[in-house]
Design a protein around this ligand. Sequence first.
Ligand SMILES: *Cc1c(COP(=O)(O)O)cnc(C)c1O
Length: 479
Amino acid sequence: MGEADGRRRLPPVDAILSENELTEPILRHGRLAVRRAVRRVLQDLRENLGAASSQPLPDLPFIVSRSLEILERDRRSLRPAINATGILLHTGLGRAPIAEEAIAAVAEVAGVYSNLELDLDSGVRGRRTSGISGLLRELTGAAAATAVNNNAGATVLALRALASGREVIVSRGQLVEIGGSFRLPEIFEVSGARLREVGTTNKTRLSDYRAAIGPETAAILRVHPSNYRIVGFTEQPELVDLVELAHAHGLWAIDDIGSGAIKPGCPPGLEGEPTAAEAIAAGADLVLFSGDKLLGGPQSGIMVGGREAIGRIEVDPLMRALRLDKLTLAALEATLRLALDPAHARHRIPLWSMIATPASELESRARALASRLSAEWGLLASAVASEAYIGGGSAPILPIESAAIAIAPPFPIAGGESEFAAALRTGDPPVVARVRKGSVLLDLRTIPPDQEPRLLDAIRTLCQDRNSPADGRDRPGSI
Ligand SMILES: *Cc1c(COP(=O)(O)O)cnc(C)c1O
């Protein structure tokens, strides 16, 4: 019996396509898409059958259901996932989930026309950022505000608009790399401003800044070293002192606070992060931060500051290249509106809720889930203490007390807990977890209660698949 034999016994594509269960999917997704999925399944099977000719042949219902799975998976490459890592702003998982209010605002303008750049009162062309600008001014106390596609873009734009061809002084302790691709020296190169490094990695004094000021200097830039801390014997001047020095020499004082807490208490329960309102109060001409970090909104680069600085930025051609689209604007405006009332927003902005949830609440959820997994599925699961992190280049050192479910691999498996984690990650929905000492850890700080049913489903499906006897129904390609 050669491998060609097994291949020949597979049903032809057209026979599969005429199965009843595929009629509706063909109507919905088109014949081409379904045919592609069926072909993929047959291809997989051919490869598998080639390896072991004695393997029983999968039946038609199996091929159909496997095709539907592939069809569903292929429908979107960008899919919802469950973040069980305990890292709240996980860049790989899309940073901040946005509030229902923000989602509704997007849905409302997405499929219709809107007054994006039309002033309805006068009927003349308006500014697309006018709505968010008012909210940002109210929230931070700044005289002017605008926003672009992300904070990396905002930094390039700010350096270009305020310091192109001139020098900007930055402490050597703040030459950050964030998220692998935001490296300050490279950002400078793109912007056309010249980086003037001062001080040392651990210590930079006000006098270092003062000594570097010359006829070429345009600005002093302070950068929040979001994803690391220099601890021990360190020194950095206060922002107010940098601002005073800058203004005494006619320079711009720019503060890239990165993670972007709006003001103290926004988000609640997070102390020690720099805030936009405080930087404005200290006199900074321009404050930059990401919209999808601690604000808990959509990806964006927010700029608040004085009228002159923001005015220069808004007329720079790069502003046009980095402008926000209407969907982001809708989500950002809704998020900022929520932030006006922090006590309310704490329950509405997902990131804020996740930060503010008491660890005891997570603990009791972990216990309840672990005992369900043990009782219903015989899994070796228990509730354990865990540490969550803000991530995304924010509050790196400070762990947040959390609780997790620890699950031992439910089946004999070559790679142990790592393979189990991989199986969860490639499941439906994908569950991204940490591994620790023989177990997979599902941290509940990043799993809102309404995602629990989907989490349980994902684990159940995995156990079911693994526990079914090898009757040829094992998914090809699954572990
Ligand atoms: C995150 C961060 C950036 C980059 O912001 P993006 O919105 O990811 O482009 C820049 N500077 C600092 C200090 C940051 O923390």
